[in-house]
Design a protein around this ligand. Sequence first.
Ligand SMILES: Nc1ncnc2c1ncn2[C@@H]1O[C@H](COP(=O)(O)OP(=O)(O)OP(=O)(O)O)[C@@H](O)[C@H]1O
Length: 296
Amino acid sequence: MTAVEVRGLGKAYGPVAAVTDLSFDVPPGEVTAFLGPNGAGKTTTMRMVLGLVAPDTGSATIGGVRYAGLRRPAATVGAVLDTSGFHPDHTARAHLQVYARMGGFPRHRAEEVMDLTGVTPFAERLTRALSTGMRQRLHLATALLGDPGVLLLDEPANGLDPEGNAWLRGFLRELAAQGRAVLVSSHVLSEVEQLADRVVVIREGRLAVAGPVADLYGDPGVLIRSPGAATLRALLPGLGEGVTAECTAEDALLVHGLPADRIAAEASAHGIPLHEITPIRPTLEQTFLNLTGGPA
Ligand SMILES: Nc1ncnc2c1ncn2[C@@H]1O[C@H](COP(=O)(O)OP(=O)(O)OP(=O)(O)O)[C@@H](O)[C@H]1O
């Protein structure tokens, strides 16, 4: 079970601080979404993890070892960072066979990853004739050749149609369920909301927040509509520390610090009818905009 650990990572390009003092973990067995607006520093961070860019400060390790020190890098980390780079005159199958040979993997591994990633139906097409979605699948297949425990994927959903996207979500969840550490960058938030267990949000190269997806939502409250709103407003704060209730209209109440079922039980115990009881759940999109301070 291999984890990625990023500690105090920093990189400047001349006057541009691309990444500053960035620390986060990508644990095994989970999908971690790496979120940030365009230019936030996601690609630079992934390139540093892969040893393609030398950090100015800090370190990134994979199973406790820097990329350059890995004994079998391709069997440890699979990455999709850049969706160009196929030989245009190779078929998809030939591309995978070449990479399998370079990585020292058995020939049949190319066929296996093609089946896993849905490349088989276009295995005999030249890579120059592949659609963006097909190229994404072929890159993913290439990354999986060494059966790595860690996957780093930069915007893997780019160019996929809704069906391809749904497939990708299921596939990445499955890879994580097998115990792999999966890091997926994105600026399309609806994509990762349904996919990720954890998020790492960066803004201008710095960490904005990291943690389980559920924690990001905080406690946005429960909306109540009831002719007895004023009575409930007086009652509910007495039920626990930190419970607040504020009237937003004559018959409407916004409650924080209590789950909907507790509120319903209390109303029922006092014979107060409820016309509506709605836990508010902001989208990750809204949460993201709040964290990054502007439109993505
Ligand atoms: N090789 C480079 N030389 C100079 N500046 C660079 C280089 N690579 C990245 N930058 C700058 O560093 C910052 C972070 O870029 P990066 O590509 O890491 O962001 P990103 O979050 O991946 O963005 P996007 O979602 O648009 O891909 C940007 O201001 C970018 O212009």
